[in-house]
Structures are given as C-alpha cells and as structure tokens.
Design a protein around this ligand. Structure first.
Ligand code: SF4
Ligand code: SF4
Ligand code: SF4
Length: 275
C-alpha cells in the first residue's frame, strides 16, 4: 500500500463524519454534535489507517474507542439511552436528539452507505462479545433468527405502555432501562456464545436492531467484492467469516449477505488477494 493511498480512505471517512459533525453543530446550535461526531470519525479514520498498515488489532481499537465512549460516557455519564428503547422514547416525544440522530446515522440511513459497519466497529455489545473464544463459529447456523422480531416488538411494547400509562419520572426509568437492558444483552450474548460456540450468536438471532440494519445494508454502497479472475475457490474466506457470509458471490442475494459486518477477516485470509 503506497503512502498516498493509505491516507486517502481514512481521510475520506473522516471528512464524511466532519460534514455530519459541522452540519449538526450548526443546525442544532449545540457544540456536543461537533465533538461527538469528530471523536467517532477520528477513531474510525485511525482504525482504517492502522488496518491499511496491516496492524492486526486495528478493528478492535476502533471498537474499544467508540464502544466504550458510547456506553460509558454517553450512556452512563450523560444518561442518554442509546438502546432501541431510547430510540422509541425520543421518537414518541418528537425530540430529534442524540439517540434518534444516532439511530438515523448509524443504523437506519448510514447502512445504505457503509452497511453494518456499526456492528463491526462501534457496537458496545459486540465490543465485549468479540473477546470471547469463538471468533469463528464452530456450529452450523440455527434457524431461530425470528427471535429478533420478538425482541424488537418487546422493546416497542415496553415503551408504548410507558407512554400510555403516563408514568412520572420517565427519564429515570429510561436510565435504569439502559442499565438493565445492557446487563441482559451481555448476559444473553455470553451464554449464547458459549452454548452455540459462536461469539456473534446474539447478533445473528436476538439483536432487535438488526430489524433496521439487515434490510438497509442490503443496499449498501460499501461491500466486500470478489474478483472472480483471481479467486481459486479455496473457501478460506468463508471459513474465517464470523457471520457465515458467502463473500465469493457478488450478488446482493449472496448467502447471509445482510450479515456482513465489514470486519475484513476474509480479506486478510484470502491467499490470492481476490477480495
Ligand atoms: S447485531 Fe446488534 S449486538 Fe450485534 S453488533 Fe450489531 S447492533 Fe451490536
Ligand atoms: S469476514 Fe468478510 S464477509 Fe464475513 S463479515 Fe467479515 S467482511 Fe463480511
Ligand atoms: S479466500 Fe480468496 S481465493 Fe479463496 S475462495 Fe475466498 S476469495 Fe476465493
């Protein structure tokens, strides 16, 4: 990788985030958005730069920088519920603030551009799950993905009933919902990872956010593609994929195509540099 190119992609990504940061800062007259999106954009740009320099922990560094910032600073210190309940909460109240903006950028419209980059580089649930021992799934995929729709509906019903019952102190409830929700996600995620020998089992079957992420990432601009001229069908890319994607198929209907988290493990493993 020449020096010029190794700067170009990180700089491009950093610029996209800066445009969002400055636009929201000026539109909302709130310096928080400038600092928030600048921090996230700089972390991602740093990760991309390190990846291009073949640093093997590049993705983990971004995950830790962004994931812990969102969980510890935004969630626990600023008390912003960034779980799916928080999204419904701010949507119901008609407030276009941090949680709704976060969902719009990272999970609803952003995936049209960068697919499920959120899942590979920023999610604080996966940040912990990725430390577990089953980085590559050691059991076949289960047909229980319908559970994601149940957890999605449960979060919606929970928030709707809070609003309809006009409970007081809803901000406090949202804060505790964030803590309890995260503890539950981690507990279920860790148990499933060991039960199915698959770190990303929670992402595949339970996570309610995939109800947004999967259909939007189907149209993603940024995708891993296979150069058929170079590919020798050795199958290494599929064997290292944490999400069971058939990345050698370039069609949008590739097997588990909407599961790709852009982790680039397949790219690193390909002996022919076909990806
Ligand atoms: S699927 Fe859900 S838990 Fe998994 S990385 Fe994506 S947002 Fe996080
Ligand atoms: S290994 Fe490749 S196909 Fe699989 S999730 Fe990572 S980037 Fe996507
Ligand atoms: S690892 Fe590379 S060469 Fe092997 S099947 Fe995948 S794309 Fe083809």
């Amino acid at each position: 990788m020449n020096n010029k190119r190794s700067w170009l992609i990180p700089l491009g990504m950093w610029t996209v985030f800066e445009i969002v940061a400055v636009t929201l800062w000026l539109a909302k007259d709130n310096l928080f958005y400038l600092l928030n999106f600048s921090y996230i954009g700089t972390s991602i740009a740093l990760g991309l730069f390190l990846f291009q320099r073949n640093y093997k922990h590049a993705r983990r560094i971004v995950q830790l920088l962004v994931g812990s910032y969102m969980l510890l600073y935004l969630g626990l210190i600023c008390r912003e519920n960034m779980q799916i309940e928080g999204f419904w909460y701010y949507l119901f109240t008609g407030v276009f603030e941090a949680a709704t903006i976060h969902y719009a950028v990272a999970k609803i419209f952003g995936p049209l551009l960068f697919g499920r980059g959120w899942c590979g580089y920023a999610c604080w649930t996966a940040m912990v799950l990725d430390f577990l021992p089953y980085k590559v799934p050691q059991s076949p995929r289960k047909k229980i993905g319908f559970i994601r729709y149940i957890s999605f509906a449960a979060a919606l019903v929970f928030m709707a009933s809070l609003f309809l019952s006009h409970v007081g102190n809803i901000e406090q409830i949202m804060f505790w919902a964030f803590i309890i929700g995260n503890v539950l996600y981690y507990a279920v995620g860790i148990i499933l990872a060991f039960a199915f020998k698959d770190n990303r089992a929670f992402c595949k079957y339970i996570c309610p956010i995939t109800v947004f992420l999967k259909p939007m990432s189907y149209f993603a601009l940024l995708r891993v593609k296979c150069d058929k001229e170079k590919c020798v069908s050795c199958g290494k890319c599929k064997r290292v994929c944490p999400m069971d994607v058939d990345v050698t198929d370039n069609s949008r209907k590739r097997e588990n195509g909407t599961e790709c988290i852009l982790c680039m493990e397949c790219v690193k493993a390909c002996p022919k540099k076909a990806l």
